[in-house]
Each structure stands twice: as C-alpha cells, then as structure tokens.
Design a protein around this ligand. Structure first.
Ligand code: NAG
Ligand code: NAG
Ligand code: NAG
Ligand code: NAG
Ligand code: NAG
Length: 229
C-alpha cells in the first residue's frame, strides 16, 4: 500500500517539472495515447499505477515533441551553415610558374587565355583546361585582371592587352600598345552582378601577347562578395 501511494505521488512530482506554460504560442500540442486512457478504465483497482502509466506516456510525448522541435532547429541551422559554406567562392590563377619568361601570342585570331597556375579555386568554378570561370552561385562578384608583357628588346613593339569577357561579351579591355616601353602592365578591377552558370573568361585579341614566369605578372582573380539567391 505504501509503495502504491509513493508511486501515485511520483507522477505529480514529475508533472510539475514538465508543465510548460499553456499560453506559450510555441508550446507543443498533443493528444494523449488512447491505449493508455483505456488501460486505466479497464483496471480500476490499480488506478494509481494506471495514472502513472498515463503520466509517463504524457512525459514521453512531451519529450518526443521537444526533441522534434530541437531537431527541426538543428536541421535549419545545418542548412544555414551549408549555405554559408557553399558560398565560399574564390579563385586566383596565374599564367604559368616557369623559371624562364614565356609568352603566349600574338595570334591571328581571338584566343582564350588559359591560366595554368592555380593559387586558389574555392567552389571549383575555375576550369584549368579551358581557362573559364563558371559562376557557381548568383551574386555580386569582384573580378580582377592584370596583364603584363615584355617586348623582348628595347624599342620592340609591345602589346600588353586582353579582354575580360562574360558570356562572350567584353566587360573591360585593359590595353598597353606602344613602342616606348619594353615592358608594361595594366590592371582592371570590376564588381559585377553575375548569374549562376555565367562564363567569365579572358580573351587575347589579335596581335596581343602576354609574358610571364614564376613571378606571376599575369593574374586573373575573382570572389563572391555576396549571394543574391
Ligand atoms: C532533419 O533532417 C533529417 C535528415 O536530413 C531528416 O531525416 C529529419 O526528418 C529532419 N527532422 C525534422 C524534424 O525535420
Ligand atoms: C564545405 O564545402 C567544402 C567544398 O567547398 C566541402 O569539402 C566541405 O565538406 C564542406 N563542409 C561542410 C561542413 O559541409
Ligand atoms: C611554383 O613552382 C615552385 C617550384 O618551382 C613550387 O614550389 C610552387 O609551389 C609553385 N607554385 C604554384 C602556385 O604552383
Ligand atoms: C575579337 O575580340 C574582340 C574583343 O576582344 C572583338 O571586338 C572582335 O570582334 C573579335 N573578333 C573575332 C573575329 O571574333
Ligand atoms: C573543364 O572543361 C572541360 C572541357 O569543357 C571538361 O571536359 C572538364 O570536365 C572540365 N573540368 C571540370 C573540373 O569541370
């Protein structure tokens, strides 16, 4: 009898601990397990124990719902973190990494510049075999292009020029063509709103030529400032 009384008091004590505020709009709602309710009606003489079964059942439901809410919050946080992780997009490449100065061009037709030395390619947007950066996520990007050339001899004709293109359209075309300097360098930096899938590339127009070695005078870089989708 004493044990029964103690058992009957136990759920009352537990009930206080998990009695959440009924006015809380975030309070989980639930319906009691009908099996537990029926069990009590069938076995009147063990009512105390039955009440405890009911309370345990309520407690279990409560914790399951709270656990579910926590899991939903966890899932949302994980999705958000994945989104932040996926938006780490940055690339920076240079023409070559050779100890001797090496030039590409001049060619008789427009030619894509392929930067073979990759410093960084977060998000894998830059393709080393084509030289094209394919925009992984829509957003505002910062793009920078530095070109350098060496005429080889003083008084030689210099054509340090290239064009930055998005989907084949010229965005900017840094150019230094003259016979006064043996070497010259030009840089452009732009911020552009690009869409996922856009192709960013550097074109070497007819007659232009670029020279480089392991000092990396020719670089092409870009990074995502912020996503727009
Ligand atoms: C949380 O995500 C997992 C796997 O992505 C899924 O199985 C589970 O149902 C989600 N939980 C909630 C409460 O949305
Ligand atoms: C973050 O993204 C990189 C690829 O850019 C991936 O290798 C890594 O597993 C990701 N980390 C998480 C926590 O998702
Ligand atoms: C360039 O080559 C040197 C060795 O000559 C190497 O140590 C270095 O990591 C290379 N740089 C890149 C960016 O590949
Ligand atoms: C070569 O590219 C330039 C821009 O860089 C463009 O104006 C010209 O039309 C192109 N020529 C050919 C033959 O595609
Ligand atoms: C780079 O582009 C080539 C030619 O389009 C393609 O075959 C290759 O799979 C691409 N590489 C990567 C890593 O996407």
């Amino acid at each position: 009898m004493r044990a029964l009384v103690l058992l009957c008091l136990l759920p009352v004590a537990l009930a206080r601990k998990y009695d959440w505020n009924p006015r809380d709009p975030n309070r989980p709602t639930s319906t009691p397990d009908p099996n537990a309710v029926n069990a009590c009606q069938k076995t009147d003489q063990y009512c105390g124990c039955c009440m405890m079964v009911q309370e345990t059942n309520r407690l279990q439901m409560y914790f399951n719902e709270v656990l579910n809410m926590v899991e939903e919050e966890y899932n949302k946080t994980e999705q958000y973190l994945n989104m932040i992780n996926d938006s780490r997009i940055a690339f920076s490449v240079a023409l070559n990494n050779e100890s001797k100065m090496n030039c590409i061009g001049p060619f008789r037709e427009n030619t894509s510049v392929i930067y073979r030395t990759v410093f960084l390619n977060l998000g894998d947007g830059y393709n080393m075999s084509t030289g094209v950066f394919t925009v992984p996520r829509s957003g505002v990007y910062s793009l920078a292009l530095t070109v350098y050339s060496d005429a080889g001899t003083p008084g030689g004709s210099l054509a340090a020029c290239a064009t930055l293109q998005v989907n084949g359209k010229v965005v900017a075309g840094p150019s230094e063509r003259n016979m006064q300097d043996q070497e010259d360098s030009v840089t452009i930096v732009v911020a552009l709103h690009l869409k996922a899938g856009d192709k960013v590339a550097v074109n070497l127009p007819i007659g232009c030529f670029l020279c480089d070695d392991k000092s990396h005078y020719n670089t092409f870089s870009g990074f995502l400032l912020y996503c727009t989708e």
